[in-house]
Design a protein around this ligand. Structure first.
Ligand code: AMP
Ligand code: GLY
Length: 423
């Protein structure tokens, strides 16, 4: 197969790395890719939201199979457009990608089909939203309806914060049209985990569980980022909890989407709160997690390309995936300043000395190559990923690798995995 991977993050580097190992992969392309991906695939400089450009490129290269990494092209209908051009693709079509594209769609689906999630209401009017807060006291969560690059969720401890969040989203239009409506949601308590399943429209198979660290600083302090590290498996999700999540959340969601005439194909990523009253959905994402995917790919023993293709062609029933029992942990190295302002253009040295084993891999995110040098070109820049017999050992190995990378302009958290290690 000629395969195209769409995206430029650590997630897409990990997917390319895993796909490249498949005997079925004859040629590998990526758009737009990054410096790490360019070492194993041919990259084309096409942005992930340039749907016409991506479809033309796939046609011009006679691509057999497209794997779409990020949510933006999925919500924008890239898979629909590729399928219309006769090209098979992994990921939901636009109608199914609404699960991530609209929080109101997702909450209404859960309500209609009895899928456990927090109590909620939605509004397009500031006054009505604030009036609701008088009857439903904080702590409470205010969310922009549409895609907001992970920033559209505001946890409010008191009424002032909640009022400010509503103004920020609806009146100040902080997230543009994504904030035409807000969801106000019950604050759920418990421990969070990420659950991933492959879905072919009808059948779902669980992948593995993970936990990520969204806050920028040690101790889970400071502003939220796209994710500063993750590990898999998540110790909070034991086999019994995993089965409950399949039975109470994943399978009912797959059935609900089919019943709505929007059969879901792709990876279904459920953000779950393990609460006193059982698992509840915080959100659905229609893609792999970043950086969870980097850790997951290091644990996967089976052929990922076969599995993704079976998923896209409705043949998931035949697939069985094998995983290393070990823990995989990823530490994200970011440019100093991230998630606020940061400078691009610093050089990263020493990468050639740290890569190359099956147990440790440094995935690239925001990097570019310049005359043989690797240059930081974004906020999240590297995902240093390691396997170990437990979380502590995987963590130690990952940080040993981090310490071998010479990049004074970068930083990372030093406590990825603390929650699991303290259990
Ligand atoms: P989301 O993008 O919806 O997953 O929200 C981002 C983060 O906000 C989640 O990972 C949770 O940590 C937190 N969050 C979202 N919804 C809730 C909720 N209803 N209660 C408590 N925390 C939440
Ligand atoms: N790491 C969380 C996400 O990909 O949404």
């Amino acid at each position: 197969m000629k395969v195209l991977v769409v995206g430029s993050g650590g997630r897409e580097h990990a997917l390319c790395w895993a796909i490249k190992k498949s005997p079925k992969c004859k040629e590998l392309f990526s758009a737009p890719g990054n410096a790490g991906i360019a070492q194993i695939a041919e990259c084309a400089d096409i942005a992930v939201d340039d749907i016409n450009g991506l479809v033309s490129f796939a046609k011009s290269k006679n691509i057999d199979f497209v794997v779409v990494g990020p949510e933006i092209p999925l919500v924008a209908g890239l898979v629909d457009r590729l399928n219309a051009a006769g090209i098979m693709a992994f990921g939901p079509n636009a109608a199914a990608a609404e699960l991530e594209g609209s929080k109101i769609f997702m909450k209404d689906l859960c309500a209609k089909y009895g899928i456990p999630t927090g109590k909620y209401e939605y509004f397009d009017d500031c006054d009505a939203a604030k009036e609701y807060l008088i009857r439903n006291r904080p702590p409470i969560v205010v969310k922009a309806d549409g895609l907001a690059a992970g920033k559209g969720v505001i946890l409010c401890r008191n009424e002032n914060e909640a009022f400010a969040a509503i103004d920020h989203i609806i009146s100040e239009r902080a997230f543009g049209a994504a904030g035409d409506r807000v969801v106000i949601e019950e604050f759920l308590h418990g421990e969070e985990a990420s659950f991933f399943a492959l879905v072919d429209g009808e059948h779902a198979i669980p992948l593995v569980t993970a936990q990520d660290h969204k806050a920028v600083n040690d101790g889970d302090e400071g502003p939220n980022t796209g994710g500063m590290g993750a590990y898999t498996p998540a110790p909070v999700v034991d086999a019994a909890m995993s089965q409950r999540i399949m039975d109470e959340i994943i399978t009912p969601t797959v059935k609900a989407m089919a019943a709505e005439g929007r059969p879901y194909k792709g990876v279904l990523f459920a953000g779950i709160m393990i609460s006193e009253n059982g698992p509840k959905v915080l959100e659905f994402n229609v893609r792999f997690g970043d950086p969870e995917c980097q850790a997951m790919m290091l644990r996967l023993k089976s052929d990922i390309l076969e599995a993704l293709h079976a998923c896209a062609t409705g043949k998931l029933k035949k697939v069985k995936l094998d995983w290393h029992d070990e823990t995989a942990l990823v530490v994200v190295m970011a440019t100093k300043g991230y998630p606020g302002f940061y400078e691009k253009g610093s050089e990263i040295r020493g990468l050639d000395k740290v890569n190359g084993s099956d147990d440790v891999h440094v995935f690239h995110a925001g990097t570019r190559e310049d005359a043989g040098r690797i240059i930081a070109n974004g906020g999240r820049v590297l995902g240093v990923t390691a396997l170990g017999s437990n979380v502590a050992k995987a963590q130690k190995r990952a940080y040993q690798t981090v310490d071998g990378i010479d990049w004074p302009e970068g930083f990372c958290r030093r406590d990825i995995g603390w929650r699991a290690i303290n259990r």
